[in-house]
Design a protein around this ligand. Structure first.
Ligand code: SF4
Length: 409
């Protein structure tokens, strides 16, 4: 089966717009993040928003916890390259102030804005302005009444009930520009809550594992939860909640969506072997250097860094371009065909040069500019020399098997 043809069917939802960005209703899954600056610091916040947008963030959220923050939003929103959502906790008046400031969306936590008249006042105002609201249920700040009702525990059912109660208040004022999240820091709990919510409503869903923590554990935890749901077709917009520079959140979100085929790739898909006893170079160093060299280049190719010429080119034959380490030289290959042999210290810069050429002119043109037969002969010479030197079992597995068999003889 052609791997590129495998896709995940998406759950059918209503569609809303956050500014000009569609969420749900079959639109592409979007990446969100949240600024860590004081929102009253207009220039600092905008600087962070621009960095987030450059890293792949589609929608940004800023806290609106005081009047100065709302005033800051009035200056930030018109200058932001992406839609801005105000994050509201406890004070419903801050939601009204953020709407006055012109935000493109609100996030309300039903766990800490609980008076029905306050919820309905915000929903009415949002309705008049055509501004969507995310109902952001959080396992850590669940409505205490629901917490008690479900036996003093946060359960998926309690989180879903919290979201549905909020929707009932919105219904009373005829407001339905809604997306919902039911985040928890416990991955199985969060996955099950979203599954139940997806069964209960057709509103678009915002996915996240809350307080996922520092890198790299936070990324793994968040990916486990968000990725599992996206693979089931659940989720319309995502946020990584990492204890890190928010740019890392945007990067992680973008990479996850690209990996799942839910977002068109703009940059390089770098694949690299894990290295082993056969490797002729420091694969980790070369792969990191290649990642850095391609970081800011918009070249949507798959590029491989492989540690040896014995297995490398074969294992990475589907890559658009790759390099496999020979005897202190790099064998460059395009679509599995050898095209050049370059000194080890020129491997990364040669990769960049060829990637740019292929991106502009295509792989056929790249192959046409070299004598592939000559390159293949040189590569084969290296390959045979390595096989001769290391044998077919470079990791000495057979010797170990022999050794352990002797112990049991
Ligand atoms: Fe990398 Fe070669 Fe080892 Fe495979 S056999 S992991 S390509 S060094």
């Amino acid at each position: 089966m052609d791997a590129g043809a495998v896709t995940f069917p998406r759950r059918t939802t209503r569609q809303i717009f956050v500014g000009k960005v569609p969420v749900g209703g079959g639109s592409p899954v979007t990446v969100q993040s949240m600024t860590t600056t004081k929102t009253a610091d207009v220039e600092g916040t905008l600087q962070q928003i621009y960095a987030l947008a450059a890293a792949g963030c589609d929608i940004v959220r800023c806290t609106c916890n005081e009047l100065e923050a709302a005033e800051g939003l009035a200056h930030i929103v018109p200058r932001s390259p992406i839609p801005v959502i105000a994050d509201i906790h406890h004070q419903y008046r801050m939601a009204l102030a953020a709407l006055d400031a012109g935000v493109h969306g609100l996030r309300l936590n039903p766990g800490n804005i609980r008076k029905p008249e306050h919820i309905k006042a915000v929903a009415s105002e949002a309705k008049d302005r055509n501004v969507p609201i995310r109902i952001g249920v959080n396992g850590g700040s669940l409505d205490p009444e629901l917490y008690d009702k479900y036996g003093g525990r946060v359960t998926p059912e309690a989180m879903v009930e919290s979201a549905l109660s909020e929707i009932a208040y919105f219904d009373e004022v005829g407001f339905d520009l809604v997306k919902i999240s039911v985040k928890a820091s416990n991955v199985p709990l969060m996955v099950e809550a979203y599954r139940q919510l997806a069964d209960a409503t057709d509103y678009p869903l915002h996915l996240g594992v809350t307080e996922a923590g520092p890198l790299p554990e936070g990324i793994v935890k968040a990916t486990a939860g968000i990725g599992a749901l996206l693979a089931e077709g659940i989720g319309d917009t995502i946020r990584y909640s990492l204890t890190a520079d928010p740019v890392e959140e945007a990067r992680a979100g973008k990479v996850l969506l690209e990996s799942l085929g839910l977002r068109e790739r703009t940059g390089v898909d770098l694949i690299a072997c894990p290295s082993c006893g056969r490797a002729e170079v420091d694969v980790i160093a070369v792969a990191n250097a290649a990642r850095d060299a391609f970081a800011d280049r918009e070249i949507p190719l798959q590029i491989a860094v492989m540690g040896c010429v014995v297995n490398g080119p074969g294992e990475a034959r589907d890559a658009d371009l790759g390099i496999a380490a020979g005897r202190h030289r790099g064998h460059l290959f395009v679509k599995g065909m050898n095209v050049a042999v370059v000194p080890e210290d020129e491997m990364v810069e040669t990769l960049v040069e060829w990637a740019e050429f292929i991106s502009e002119h295509g792989a056929e043109a790249a192959l046409a500019r070299v004598d592939t037969e000559k390159a293949a002969r040189e590569a084969e010479k290296d390959r045979l020399a390595l096989l001769d030197e290391q044998g077919a079992d470079a990791n000495a597995s057979e010797q170990r098997v022999e050794l352990l068999n002797q112990r049991f003889d």
